[in-house]
Design a protein around this ligand. Sequence first.
Ligand SMILES: Nc1ncnc2c1ncn2[C@@H]1O[C@H](COP(=O)(O)OP(=O)(O)O)[C@@H](O)[C@H]1O
Ligand SMILES: [Mg+2]
Length: 254
Amino acid sequence: MIVLEADNIVKVYGGVGGQCSTRALDGISFTIQKGEFVGIMGPSGSGKTTLLNILSGIDKPTIGHVYIAEKNISKMNKSEMAVFRRQQLGFVFQEFNLMDSLTLKENVMLPMVLDKKPTEYMEEKAKNVMTKFGIYDIANKYPYNISGGQQQRVAVSRAIVNNPSIILADEPTGNLDSKASKAIMECFENMNKEDSRTILVVTHDVFAASYCNRVIFIKDGKIDSEIVKKGDRKGFMDQVMNCVAVLGGDKGDL
Ligand SMILES: Nc1ncnc2c1ncn2[C@@H]1O[C@H](COP(=O)(O)OP(=O)(O)O)[C@@H](O)[C@H]1O
Ligand SMILES: [Mg+2]
């Protein structure tokens, strides 16, 4: 079953009033099946963030359509989009984006608060996900009192608490050290394997990408190539590294 479809996405920035225009995305098409764990890689400026913003409805494509759970999100108005995003999509960002004035548990419950769910239900759901990620014992702390790795696990808990059709992550390990990165990628791997959650991760990081089952490489706003994991993670990491080398730019630039 297809959960997400990008159909010929073109995004042009600028170009009005004699301004220069940038073709950030130049005809991107792909589909993601339910239960896939997909990575998107590409050099800086290749259009990764633009693509993720369009897939998540933050931004509209100049041409093309995005379908999520069989709905054409490019046709939704603002308020339809807000509800749809909250109920169908889970987001994880590089910057964690937690609210400092709320406890960790309240941060996790936030999407359900906005949907006006009963308190007991919210408490139960938050307890389940936070226990799963080993952060329930610190549920009453505030974001500024915990480590970056713990903050990101809170952000992942918040992203999945509403049971979204797809989890979208933009550089989720970008601000983490290697140990915390590994822990987060293992969280994603478990969610994917055990709960068949569909995950799409944009990343610079070859190590993070090696957890995915398929990696799509983009360059200059176009899909350049794609590889599918057949063997173990280590072998896949070598394959990812080779593609990165072919794609150009040094590793640090990806
Ligand atoms: N809001 C914007 N206005 C104009 N140009 C933009 C805007 N956002 C991104 N771009 C341009 O689009 C291209 C792709 O950017 P981006 O999606 O951020 O790439 P990446 O995330 O892969 O580094 C770049 O050339 C960038 O300068
Ligand atoms: Mg980016």
